[in-house]
Design a protein around this ligand. Structure first.
Ligand code: 6PG
Length: 239
């Protein structure tokens, strides 16, 4: 069942999302002594990641979260190299890994520089090795596009029905993408979907209604096995 939490603005979003991410990681560490988190790109989560980075403190010893036991994965990536300005890895380096002093051996990036099919296959193997088969993530940070896409599952691409824990996606008019597949998103123990801005209101309203997932991939979360919370600002709130 999906919960909707309405926040005043982008500032409150950053504060609440970072706090909830920290809580979720702490609870995974408490229950399983390790935590796995998959991160989306896009502009909405950046401030939350920067805030979360401060949680890790200036030295690992000061942090309430044991950074050595957290593994970081990607929800999706564009078919570009890690230095490219549209690389999600590059954005996460800047917003979270660098300021949070995250041990890079615990960061598992998608290889956007490979062909999307090869990158998807390679990342499926990484997930299987790190998380087992089928892979279960503790936390997924997702977003929603104004066209209804989530992760890199774009409308009318049949990406939602592609099999595999990670899929290659070829949206019209955009560079190809690599994305966690529907089944991997749905198996996560907890998902936060961060949605900000009036341009997302119509997409959010459709994502909260059951219906054709190929038309509105954001609907996949309605079938999630774990907990799903849409953290939305007032401008995006369809209610
Ligand atoms: C990405 C994403 C994508 C994103 C939405 C919303 O890498 O772009 O993972 O699914 O979450 O496009 O993007 P904004 O946060 O920029 O609106």
């Amino acid at each position: 069942m999906a919960e909707l939490v309405v926040l005043a603005d982008a500032d409150e979003m950053a504060r609440v999302a970072a706090h909830r991410m920290g809580e979720c990681i702490a609870s995974a560490l408490g229950e399983r002594r390790k935590a796995s988190v998959a991160l989306s790109g896009g502009s909405t989560p950046g401030p939350s990641y920067r805030r979360l980075a401060t949680t890790f403190g200036s030295s690992p010893a000061e942090s309430a979260l044991d950074v050595a036991r957290i593994r970081w994965f990607f929800v999706d990536e564009r078919a570009v190299g890690p230095e490219h300005e549209r690389s999600n890895y590059r954005a996460l380096e800047r917003d979270l890994f660098e300021p949070g002093r995250i041990p890079r051996e615990h960061v598992f990036r998608m290889q956007g520089e490979l062909s999307p099919e090869a990158a998807a296959e390679a990342y499926s193997a990484v997930l299987a090795r790190e998380l087992g088969e089928p892979p279960v993530l503790d936390l997924v940070i997702a977003g929603l596009g104004s066209d209804g896409h989530t992760a890199s599952l774009f409308p009318k691409t049949r990406a939602v029905s592609a099999s595999g824990s990670v899929v290659a996606v070829f949206p019209a008019d955009l560079e190809p993408r690599i994305s966690l597949g529907r089944s991997t998103l749905l198996r996560a123990r907890e998902v936060f979907v961060l949605v900000c801005g009036a341009d997302k209101r119509a997409a959010l309203s459709r994502a909260l209604e059951h219906g054709d997932e190929d038309e509105v991939p954001g609907r996949v979360y309605l079938a999630a096995a774990g907990r799903v919370t849409f953290l939305v600002d007032r401008a995006a709130n369809p209610g």
